[in-house]
Design a protein around this ligand. Sequence first.
Ligand code: HEC
Ligand code: HEC
Length: 261
Amino acid sequence: MHLAGKSDSGHLGRKEPSRLRRLGVLLTVALLVSSIWTQSAAQDELTSPEQLMSHGFDCFSCHAIDKEIVGPAWITIADRYHHDRAKVPLLAAKIRDGSVGDFGKVPMPAHPDISQKLATYLANYILSLNGALARPPQKYTYKDAASRQVTLDFPVFEDYHGHQVVTKDVFAGFEKYNSYCFRCHGFDAVGGEYAPDLRKSLENGMNKHQFFVVSMEGRPAKGMPGWAGFFDADELNQIYEYIVARAANLLPPGRPPSRSD
Ligand code: HEC
Ligand code: HEC
């Protein structure tokens, strides 16, 4: 969009040969048309949360439909506003302008690049969600390296052709951690020179919500980058599960056994 602004600002235009100017005008029109087209195409195709992410919107870095991540679960938002369609304009405005204090102290960033039409669509979509989509909690119990029982709310291992391997998510978490986080937090999540041992952070009481808030927002002043927009919540969850499994002493250092072994 700012490209379009440049080519119709007069001061460059005067001295330009007219052919170039015509080209500039054409380019401006093409850019405008394509950006309107992309926005309305995005609007028309959005029928699922996955598509939101694939259109480059960062909503699912911080939200999930049925659980709190950095921001409230979308079903919680729908409940809070009683699924009342009269609240669509209010929610659409909050999506574009950002919000803080309605659910907690963590701010929801503004999204000025989202059109009014798309914000309205998203607000309608969120208000249409209901608790029937929530998954019931499950428990998984394992023995750690010292044969103590550990109970988690996600699976770490699965049986694969008679072998015990880690789940795809835990393995993906191992790979992502050791590609993006190890640099500061140390290989195998043992802590680094510059950044804390994240197993200790969890042992000392950091809960999942807090882990997600720090990871997605970062603490830029202290050298911790924010990962919102880079990872979605499912991807960060894989890293979280890997660190929890390491903290619970279920995985030794190094590459865990996976389906591809
Ligand atoms: C960096 C994290 C983050 C991102 C990215 C994010 N949100 Fe939020 N969202 C939050 C937080 C935190 C809140 C709670 C704000 C509050 O307490 O007022 C929130 C609140 C909301 C609310 C309720 C607003 C209110 O005050 O009632 C809606 C609706 C919402 N988000 C939709 C979205 C949509 C749609 C997107 C993507 C376009 C998105 N969010 C992206 C963190 C985020
Ligand atoms: C460039 C270095 C760097 C990278 C890369 C990095 N971190 Fe951090 N992280 C830090 C620093 C430094 C801190 C400590 C900040 C402070 O003092 O509050 C930190 C703190 C944290 C904390 C809070 C720990 C606590 O006990 O308060 C979490 C959670 C965290 N990082 C997650 C991650 C995850 C997940 C990744 C990979 C996706 C990652 N970090 C990648 C530097 C980094």
